[in-house]
Design a protein around this ligand. Structure first.
Ligand SMILES: NC(=O)c1ccc[n+]([C@@H]2O[C@H](COP(=O)([O-])OP(=O)(O)OC[C@H]3O[C@@H](n4cnc5c(N)ncnc54)[C@H](O)[C@@H]3O)[C@@H](O)[C@H]2O)c1
Ligand SMILES: [Fe+2]
Length: 374
């Protein structure tokens, strides 16, 4: 039986962020504390957010969180500094990192956590309570789809681990997807986040957990993004709308299916070598697609959505896009030593991702995949 569920209201288009006050009213947040989490203080001067700060209907407190790939320590510090507010709503404005922090805070506010160690244990042992606040996601990158998923990635570099704060009760109340927030973004960031979204959609399409609805969303996401990728690398501002739409659709697709081998194998590449997440997953697309090919339903439809005629074209197309964005496209160029590959292969089996890949994965297969993109 096919089942699909995603409860997030979505508003997409230029100016969507200006809907924040209306959405907060729909949520019943009048007279209550609202935490406005932003990736950059300059955002607070933009019309929509300046208006929100001045709005007497809500008690809005701004908080700037600038780090990328948030760690347990950074999440604990943000919780410590904001917990007294007991906000009824968190408005998170930023890339996946900020959305994931805002999303996690909603679960943390219902708990009494006094140290980073306690937080680490609660995330690992999945003992965080139900969310005590609702959140609104306003993405400023088009890639992660975090605005429509119910899990948040929190990194634990000291322990070489990627943790996940997840709760089916913690979907955003609404996603306000406003491509004008991406204006002026460096092309390298736009391309690496766009390729992350492509990987979400492609992996969702072939995931063991895929279903009719998620497959439809995934194909459409790949098509919308790939059709406008060249215009994005050429710096056309209106390409951000396609990226925003496609990234959200990809997020919807993988919110129900999770990702597979590309994401699983990519995590140690990002943790150990700081390879941007989107660049890491996209380099893995071609070898993983070749591995999975016999098990992919209607492979020609997936290739068509990618704008390609054959499997052999996937690797060169990804490399071409990374190159246009000024990003390396092989593990060697990212500074990885060949003798480190076996250890990276050993770290590439992530539970819930590796076992969701249609083709079986093991360390030897992962090592061959890593060698093929060295
Ligand atoms: N929760 C999920 O479903 C999910 C899915 C995929 C990835 N993730 C996580 O999301 C994080 C990565 O998110 P990301 O790729 O969006 O990057 P990010 O949020 O880490 O941001 C990357 C950089 O871009 C800057 N930035 C953000 N918006 C910008 C803009 N409009 N213009 C210029 N610069 C801008 C940030 O300040 C940061 O320096 C990782 O921690 C990853 O694991 C979460
Ligand atoms: Fe991703």
């Amino acid at each position: 039986m096919d089942r699909f569920w995603n409860p997030v209201h979505t508003i997409v288009g230029d100016g969507a962020a200006a809907e924040t006050a209306n959405v907060l009213r729909q949520m019943g947040a009048q007279g209550k504390n609202v935490l406005l989490l932003v990736w950059n203080n300059a955002l607070l001067e933009r019309e929509g957010f300046a208006g929100l700060l001045a709005n007497q209907d809500f008690k809005v407190t701004p908080y700037c969180f600038q780090a990328s790939n948030p760690t347990v320590g950074q999440l604990f510090e943000t919780y410590r500094q904001t917990r007294e507010l007991r906000p009824a709503a968190v408005v998170a404005v930023g890339g996946g990192s900020i959305l994931d922090v805002g999303k996690s805070l909603c679960c943390l506010y219902g708990a009494d956590i006094s140290s980073e160690e306690e937080l680490r244990a609660a995330i690992r042992e999945k003992t965080l309570p139900s969310p005590a606040a609702r959140w609104i996601g306003i993405p400023t990158t088009a890639g992660t789809g975090s605005e429509v998923t119910c899990w948040a990635t929190i990194w634990d570099p000291d322990k070489n681990a990627k943790l996940s704060v997840e709760s089916k009760e913690n979907y955003a109340y609404a996603a306000l997807v406003d491509p004008s927030l991406a204006a002026g973004m460096p092309v390298s960031l736009a391309v690496s986040s766009g390729l992350d979204a492509v990987a979400h959609a492609v992996e969702s399409y072939w995931a063991k957990a895929s279903n009719t609805v998620s497959k439809g969303l995934a194909l459409r996401a790949v098509d919308i993004i790939m059709k406008d990728m060249d215009r994005l690398t050429d710096g056309c501002p209106d390409a951000h709308l396609s990226m925003a739409q496609g990234s959200m659709l990809a997020g919807m697709a993988f919110s129900n299916t999770k990702t597979t081998a590309c994401h699983s194998i990519s995590y140690p590449l990002t943790m150990r070598y700081n390879i941007p997440h989107g660049a890491a997953v996209s380099m893995l697309l071609a070898p993983v697609m070749s591995l999975n090919a016999p098990m992919i339903e209607d492979l020609p439809a997936l290739l068509r959505a990618l704008g390609l005629d054959s499997l052999d074209e996937v690797g060169p197309r990804v490399r071409e896009l990374l190159k246009k964005a000024g990003l390396p496209s092989s593990l060697r160029e990212w500074g990885i030593k060949e003798e480190d590959l076996p250890e990276l292969a050993g770290l590439g089996m992530t539970k819930g991702r590796a076992d969701n890949n249609p083709h079986e994965l093991n360390e030897q297969i992962i090592l061959e995949i890593l060698r093929s993109i060295y």
